[in-house]
Design a protein around this ligand. Structure first.
Ligand code: SAM
Length: 269
């Protein structure tokens, strides 16, 4: 996970950060969910598919393998992410745009997908309404988000430990990813956006890091938390992470932290 990608208010990140996201985090984390999301949405040949907040485009690329390149569009507000998406797959249509105001006409897509992004949208119901607006009647809107922290076997204890050392600011800054994890709230969010929830499912995946220190660097150093705590507190968090993540750390130091997600699949009435 890359908190730096989402912690910027403008979401404009340097190109090197987007390249690093594609090179390191897509294979180690984001790629595993794309087939899950496409399957949950029932994406099949011939459909038109939109990937909202596509980042470097892993969901759009996965969907393109199912429906054909010409039938897929990816949209994101971040220029650097789109530059990488275009470099990797120049044949897909990549557009710059805000999930809260999608640059597409009504009823344009059979399936509208979004992976690991809803929690970062300032107006989540409005974004879901937009996803519904651009979906065809009877079309599908499917969203994948991390489950709540209290069911995360690795990240739950990790954030508790960081909050123990660095207080409520640590909990709040490290919890963004899990902000849409309550399934009942997610269901009501879809309903308030005029979408009919057809299915929800839980998926157990893995966040892979070369070491515990690499995870701490990603999750702490790339948020404002690092600037707000002393070197001593940071060191205590690093040591604490080695303890709480020990069950998920292999002999060579590599970390495979379990990571739970929800997929919500809805129909546009
Ligand atoms: C964690 S990344 C996930 C990217 C991609 N879906 C994936 O699975 O690799 C979150 C993405 O959401 C995008 N994003 C955040 N807020 C957005 C908004 N309001 N409109 C469009 N994109 C947004 C960011 O630019 C970033 O690319």
């Amino acid at each position: 996970m890359t908190s730096s990608i989402e912690s910027s208010e403008t979401f404009q990140i340097p190109l090197e950060a987007a390249e690093a996201y594609e090179e390191a985090f897509v294979p180690a984390f984001f790629s595993q969910w794309a087939p899950v999301l496409c399957a949950a949405a029932g994406v099949i040949a011939g459909q038109k598919v939109l990937d909202v907040a596509c980042g470097t485009g892993i969901v759009a690329r996965t969907a393109a393998d199912l429906v054909g390149t010409a039938n897929v569009v990816g949209v994101d507000m971040n220029d650097a992410m789109l530059t990488v998406a275009r470099r990797v797959r120049p044949d897909i249509d990549w557009r710059q745009g805000d999930a809260g105001e999608l640059p597409f006409p009504d009823l344009a897509f059979d399936a509208v997908l979004s992976q690991m992004a809803l929690m970062f949208f300032p107006e989540r119901a409005a974004a879901l309404r937009e996803m519904g607006r651009v979906a065809a009647a009877g079309g599908t809107v499917a969203v994948l988000v991390p489950s709540a922290l209290d069911v995360q076997p690795a990240y739950g204890p990790l954030v508790d430990m960081a909050a123990h050392h660095a207080g409520a600011q640590a909990r709040s800054l490290l919890s963004t990813y899990f902000a849409c994890g309550d399934l009942d709230e997610l269901r009501s969010l879809f309903a308030s956006a005029g979408l009919r929830v057809m299915a929800t499912s839980g998926h157990a995946g893995t966040a892979r890091f070369p070491s515990v220190d690499a995870l701490v660097a990603t999750e702490v150093e790339s948020t404002p938390l690092r600037g707000r705590i002393s070197d001593d507190v940071y060191e205590r968090i690093r040591r604490g992470a080695h303890d709480v993540l020990a069950p998920f750390t292999a002999a060579d130091g590599a970390l495979e932290a379990p990571f739970e997600c929800h997929v919500v699949t809805a129909s546009k009435p």
